[in-house]
Ligand binder design. Sequence first.
Ligand code: NI
Length: 177
Amino acid sequence: MPILRQIAQLGQPVLRRVATKIDNPADAALQALMDDMLATVAEVDGVGIAAPQVYESFAIFTVASRPNPRYPHAPEVPPLVVINPEIVWMSSEMEKGWEGCLSIPGVRGQVSRSTKIGVRYLNRTGDLREEEFDGFLARVFQHEFDHLHGLVFVDRLESTRELVTEREYLRGLRNQA
Ligand code: NI
């Protein structure tokens, strides 16, 4: 049975470390970690989580996008486990969009990201995958990729004026609807 993991909050040194690449994705402890990450991110309505966010400094993250109360407009895609990712190319076209982070509760910020990326990674069975992502998934991938390099989304804000509380962010979404 997967275990719900505690989420490291900003200030924990693990979030600022460069994560270690995985040699053997089949390792039982790492497979259990992946199950725990998927269960944890579903429990807290995240759309992705990186291993350092559960105090494990390994180059693993999940993308688990589905509409939920924190991200009402997230697309529905089957949960993806990403190991040792590389971003092979990124579009020069950038777009600003709202991001939040389970490690920085209560705030959302506008972050500029490439609209399209080409990536390479191992899936959880250790197969090499090459894919392209655009839109919301490209954003989530870049956000989680940053976590493996000790970066969080607030590092990428152009101005602290583009940071708002989650309460006001969600109020804004409701007013648009
Ligand atoms: Ni995050």
